[in-house]
Design a protein around this ligand. Structure first.
Ligand SMILES: *Cc1c(COP(=O)(O)O)cnc(C)c1O
Length: 375
């Protein structure tokens, strides 16, 4: 028997420390994908390991209907750092579940059906969130998905205003599209979506599963764009790789959110890991560091390979290099000849999502390698 869903890469990873991963032969790799943004504070950060290990020995699990100390602390911590007056927290185990809950809560609180999503958007792979995910590649052969979904072009405020009406429960949107190719929201777009949803009485769901936790240079991209959504979702890096997601919700949605639940919601070990991860991000001011290093990285890439590629774009340490040929051969060369692991975003974008703790030397190493490959 063998796994059959993922195709595996020919590198067996055995150990991780900070910005590095080590394979079974002892080779060291600079991890510029942070395993899909799941290790914002680096691999095996000692504070996260300590908090998690301590909790593992005390209590691994208790049913969600009893309070447990790390979960109570995380509720408080998330409500404190969430934008504006978002104060209610639902915890789950992945990004798709965080969005699934967001859409359920929005439908229940508004009593409406329609959900508007954006072209090229990615929100997960369950039957509900897949219905909000644009690309056929993810949907083919799985239909019918949940109904009531409509798509509008990303970045087009007018198309959004036309699509949202008195039947609309929610708009779901990423501040920077990740899987769709690293597409930052144009200036003013999210504010306009905020105004449109507010005047229609629909919930604005901001999917920060990839952008959040400091990646784009502020703790939430919502801050940078100056919007407070009704629902904000986070997952990926929240538990430094342990499975945890959160749906952060304003009072009006939380007050009438219907019956929802999950056996593993807010277990003591994953919430301990998340609390420690958030502490590191805020104590070390990693959002500011990501902003500074992101600017440095993008400028260095522009200088080294700007003429050789279509575009370098992104916010903070969420950077896409749109290349003229396919991204995959470049990623393969990066891994096998330069010991650097990065990610694709679609066919033609090399996606860089390093741990937020990288330094300038790490950025230089990636720029030099890409220059050697592309330049
Ligand atoms: C990864 C991702 C998801 C889905 O998260 P999973 O944990 O894989 O279910 C949803 N939205 C965005 C923006 C993502 O990047």
């Amino acid at each position: 028997m063998s796994g059959f869903v993922f195709s595996e890469k020919p590198i067996g990873i055995e150990r991780g420390e900070g910005v590095y991963l080590y394979d079974t032969k002892g080779n060291e790799y600079l991890d510029f994908g942070a395993s899909y943004a799941c290790t914002p504070v680096g691999h095996c950060h000692p504070d996260v390991v300590a908090a998690t290990t301590e909790q593992l020995e005390r209590l691994m699990y208790v049913q969600a209907s009893y309070p447990n100390a790390p979960r109570t602390a995380l509720y408080e911590q998330l409500a404190t750092v969430a934008p504006g007056d978002i104060d209610n927290v639902w915890l789950c185990n992945s990004g798709t579940e965080a969005n699934e809950a967001a859409l359920k809560f929005a439908r229940h609180a508004t009593g409406r059906e329609k959900i508007v999503a954006t072209m090229q958007g990615f929100h997960g792979r369950t039957m509900g969130t897949l219905a909000a995910t644009w690309k056929d590649k993810y949907r083919d052969g799985f239909e019918p998905l949940a109904g009531g979904f409509e798509f509008v072009p990303y970045g087009d405020a007018e198309a959004m205003a036309d699509a949202v009406d008195e039947d609309t429960a929610a708009v779901i949107v990423e501040p920077v599209q990740g899987e769709g190719g690293i597409n930052p929201a144009p200036n003013g777009y999210l504010q306009s979506v905020r105004e449109t949803t507010e005047s229609a009485g629909a919930a604005m769901v901001l999917d920060e599963i990839q952008t959040g936790l400091g990646r784009t240079g502020t703790l939430w991209a919502a801050e940078e764009y100056g919007v407070v959504p009704d629902i904000l979702t986070t997952a990926k890096g929240l538990g430094s790789g342990l499975p945890i997601g959160a749906t952060l919700v304003r009072d009006w949605v939380a007050a009438d959110c219907g019956n929802h639940g999950s056996t593993f919601s807010g277990g003591p070990v994953t919430t301990a890991a998340a609390g420690a991860t958030l502490d590191v991000i805020t104590d070390e001011d990693l959002p500011s560091h990501a902003a500074e290093l992101g600017t440095y990285l993008v400028e260095a890439l522009e200088a080294a390979i700007g003429d050789e590629v279509r575009e370098v774009r992104g916010n903070g340490l969420m950077v896409g290099v749109e290349v003229k040929r396919g991204a995959n051969p470049i990623l393969k060369e990066l891994a096998l000849n330069h010991d650097i692991l990065a990610l694709p975003a679609g066919r033609s974008v090399v996606r860089l999502l390093p741990p937020l703790v990288i330094d300038r030397g790490d950025a230089d190493a990636v720029v030099d390698a890409l220059e050697a490959i592309i330049g």
